[in-house]
Each structure stands twice: as structure tokens, then as C-alpha cells.
Design a protein around this ligand. Structure first.
Ligand code: NI
Length: 173
């Protein structure tokens, strides 16, 4: 088991665009496994390779109650979008912040599985939102990018304040 370091906003590396995976080999399988371990350890329901500073189009998701039904999607792509819905979102890269984001309600998507087989499927509800959120990461996009400029400014100020407090605590020690 290997735990990877999750990048936090505003780290500029979260803005890098991930490249498609050419061959689904052992390296990709190990990456997906390490990403799952990291996601479970951090208590998330989805994680994109960009968040662990790997610019490859790999995402992992597990929405099951007992955290025992992982999905690994290589080169995921959305091919159809339908409807809209608002859901409260959070992100392991933006700890402690949650807000409503509007996304497509239903999607049709395709990806390669860990054996390199092409899969096409439909999703709705939380899974559809999660896939859209994780694919955004691969394109260097965060859920907070959808918020109003005012909310983004407030969030930035809050994080800067947190950072200042953390620095002060280090000086006291
Ligand atoms: Ni996220």
C-alpha cells in the first residue's frame, strides 16, 4: 500500500492538463491502486491523477457505503450530457469547503478499464456528478471555478488567513 500526497488549492500543478494513457500497463495499475489507497485514507469518494501530481488521464471512484466497490477509469470521456442538477460538492484538494455546483444530471461516458478494455456506460445522480468533477481535474479545473467571483475571492482570503495562522503556530513552536 502506498499513500500519495494530495495537492491542495491554490497549488498551480492542479491546473496542469493530464495526457491520455497510451497503454494500460503495470505502471497504470499500480498508480490506480495507490490512488485508491490514498482516496480511502483521505475519506474521498473520487480522486483524479492530477491531484496526486501525475499528469495521466486516470480517475478512481468508490461510492459504495462499505468502500469496497472501486471503479478505475482510464482516459474517461463524456460523450452525451442530459439535463441539469445542483449538488453540494467538496474536493480533497480544497479541504473543508463545500458548495453547490450545477452539472449535467445524466451522462453517457466511455473509458478503458484496468485490462485496457473499452467500456461505455450511463450514469446519473452522484456518479454522474463525480465523473464530471474528476474529468474536470484532468483538464486542470476545480469545482470552485464554477462559483461566483465574489465567493472565489472570499475562499481565497479564508485560505490565506488559514495559512498565516499555520505559519504563526510554527513560529510559536
Ligand atoms: Ni476533487
Amino acid at each position: 500500500m502506498a499513500l500519495l500526497n494530495v495537492l491542495h488549492f491554490p497549488n498551480p500543478r492542479l491546473r496542469l492538463k493530464a495526457k491520455p494513457v497510451g497503454t494500460v500497463d503495470d505502471t497504470i495499475n499500480t498508480l490506480a491502486k495507490d490512488m485508491l489507497d490514498t482516496m480511502y485514507a483521505e475519506g474521498g469518494i473520487g480522486l483524479a491523477a492530477t491531484q496526486v501530481d501525475v499528469q495521466k488521464r486516470v480517475i478512481v471512484i468508490d461510492l459504495s457505503e462499505h468502500r469496497d466497490d472501486p471503479m478505475c477509469l482510464i482516459n474517461p470521456e463524456i460523450i452525451e450530457l442530459e439535463g441539469t442538477e445542483q449538488m453540494q460538492e467538496g474536493c480533497l484538494s480544497v479541504p473543508g469547503y463545500y458548495d453547490l455546483v450545477e452539472r449535467a444530471e445524466k451522462i453517457r461516458f466511455r473509458y478503458l478499464d484496468l485490462e485496457g478494455q473499452a467500456v461505455e456506460a450511463n450514469a446519473e445522480g452522484l456518479l454522474a456528478v463525480c465523473i464530471q468533477h474528476e474529468i474536470d481535474h484532468l483538464d486542470g479545473k476545480l469545482f470552485i471555478d464554477y462559483l461566483s467571483p465574489l465567493k472565489q475571492q472570499r475562499l481565497r482570503k479564508k485560505l490565506e488567513k488559514q495559512e498565516r495562522l499555520e505559519r504563526q503556530q510554527v513560529q510559536v513552536l
